[in-house]
Design a protein around this ligand. Structure first.
Ligand code: FAD
Length: 322
């Protein structure tokens, strides 16, 4: 049955996050020929970003601009999005399973007295029903979930559901809605970005991750080189973060970021279960480790038994010659 589905978009530093486009694609499946409506909150003129959501498949986009929405707060964004939900009465809501999505959607679900399927990696229409797949037991298994009654509310994991082709021929309405934002209980004093190159790990297509085997902060240099030639970014195990070789913002795993890049290269990482929880669903995994018995080889598609300080510079040289 066709539905009206709302996509909560996310912008950062003037650009939409890719997961917004992926959420629009998921919403198109959920809507089953119904209407896909986007909502985008922020400060200043958001019309160009709203238009971009149209090019990726939203039929209508409502922008809510307010100085109180310049940086994310759950109070501010929940008020703004709730007003749009009240206007539009969607039968489905989709958002990215990002830090913002993880914070905002449970709050909205509780206000709407709705269930929420979080962290979906696949959305398919099966026999007239919409079926979501999501990881359980830290990614060791997957379950299928279906909402048979009420609002279809879900967050989708970045990098899993392909976005639709951008098409400038698509037309749609971008309208601005005024919302007065009150009672924000959180004061954002400053936003400190720790990631060196600004690429968001959860959306990166290529990640070169270092573990305790890199042995020092300088030991990350060959990994930076490899990430650069591959157009990727650098991540880390908690072992490397705990040892002070890099910032915790790079940590991947159960208590760090969950990533699903096209290519994950693990260098000097043993493959502890808590690390695997954050990266084992990567599309192609390459492991470089001195220890042939290292657990990381059990999840790797390609394994290189060797010293990362020999292997990584050779890889960089080879790739540069391609
Ligand atoms: P190690 O286990 O010490 O492995 C280092 C590896 O480097 C070894 O396999 C070694 O053979 C190899 N090596 C050494 N020198 C070289 C070389 N020159 N060339 C090639 N290989 C080399 N961990 C996470 O990563 N993310 C998490 O989110 C996380 N959350 C946790 C939550 C909890 C509650 C707990 C208890 C633990 C958590 N951990 C997490 C920690 C996890 O259990 C491991 O301790 C950690 O992942 C180990 O990091 P590592 O693989 O870098 O280090």
């Amino acid at each position: 049955m066709s539905k009206k589905v709302l996509v909560i978009g996310e912008a950062r530093e003037g650009s939409l996050r890719n997961v917004t486009f992926e959420a629009i694609a998921a919403a198109n499946i959920v809507s089953d020929g119904g209407e896909v409506v986007g909502v985008l909150c922020g400060d200043g003129d958001l019309s160009a970003l709203g238009q971009e959501m149209v090019y990726y498949g939203a039929e209508k986009v409502i922008t809510v601009s307010n100085p109180e929405l310049k940086t994310y707060t759950s109070d501010g964004y929940a008020q703004a999005v709730m007003e749009v939900i009240n206007d539009e009465s969607p039968e489905g809501i989709i958002m990215g399973h990002t830090a913002v999505g993880k914070d905002l959607t449970p709050k909205l679900a509780s206000r709407l007295e709705s269930g929420l399927i979080s962290d979906a990696t696949e959305v398919v229409a099966e026999g007239g029903n919409i079926v979501f797949t999501r990881p359980i037991y830290s990614g060791k298994a997957f379950e299928k979930k279906e909402i048979t009654d009420g609002l279809v509310f879900a967050t989708i994991r970045p990098n899993n559901i392909p976005s639709l082709e951008r098409d400038e021929a698509l037309t749609g309405q971008v309208t601005e809605k005024e919302v007065s934002i009150t009672n924000i209980r959180t004061i954002i004093q400053d936003v400190i970005r720790k990631s060196s190159d600004g690429v968001d790990l959860s959306e990166a297509k290529v990640i070169v991750a270092g573990g305790r085997g890199v042995k020092s902060a300088e030991g990350f240099e060959p990994l930076n080189d490899l990430a650069e030639v591959l157009g990727g970014t650098v991540g880390a195990s908690r072992g490397a973060c705990d040892a002070g070789y890099c910032d915790y913002s790079l940590q991947i795993g159960q208590t760090g970021k969950v990533v699903t890049p096209d290519l994950y290269i693990a260098c000097g990482i043993s493959g502890a279960i808590q690390h695997l929880a954050g990266m084992s669903n990567s599309k192609v995994i390459v492991a470089i480790n001195k220890d042939p018995e290292a657990n990381i080889f059990n999840v790797a598609d390609y394994g290189i038994v060797g010293d990362l300080f020999d292997v990584v510079p050779k890889l960089v040289d080879e790739i540069k010659q391609m």
